[in-house]
Write a protein that binds this ligand. Sequence first.
Ligand SMILES: [Zn+2]
Length: 204
Amino acid sequence: MQLSSSLLENAVNEFAKLPGIGKKSALRLVLHLLKEEESDVKKFSDAIAKMRSEIKYCKKCFNISDADLCDICANISRKQKQICVVENIRDVIAIENTQQFNGVYHVLGGIISPLDGVGPEQLHIDELVQRVKNDEVEELIFALNPNIQGDTTIFYIQRKLQDLPCKITTIARGIAFGGELEYADEMTLGRSLTNRLPVENYVK
Ligand SMILES: [Zn+2]
């Protein structure tokens, strides 16, 4: 794409790095911003820069947070001994939107995937094991994407916890195998949580 200004071209190139944004969409967004008031564009860019530099992760569950503890971990009306284990923050948002879960979360930060070079040591698995031990956690609910990597991760964590008196369950298979949790509709995801199964029933 040949543009008459290198400033414009730089901005378009930056927008085009975002997922799902091609060069044409990037140009449309940049031209829209050019029409806006300079103060509004500054507010826009400041919000992004501030988010990136100041955002924190909850020390307990690794959810995104403004404070050391996220709102969910700090909420005493939620069941602190029931932990839903998820791959990433988008999954927390998806489950919160179902309004069917009143426990807390643990964000692994990924999933065990040897082909992609992701091993257990790169994820927040040790922290989860410590949490289960220290907080006398009563139930872990795995809400991972239903695929081979998800099953491998569940199996690995289950083995690390097998001597502890913690019930381990997974959300039911309401979601298609190979599908992705974040794209499931709220009813399917909510029902999957309600009908969760003991992990030994399906991880073999
Ligand atoms: Zn938290």
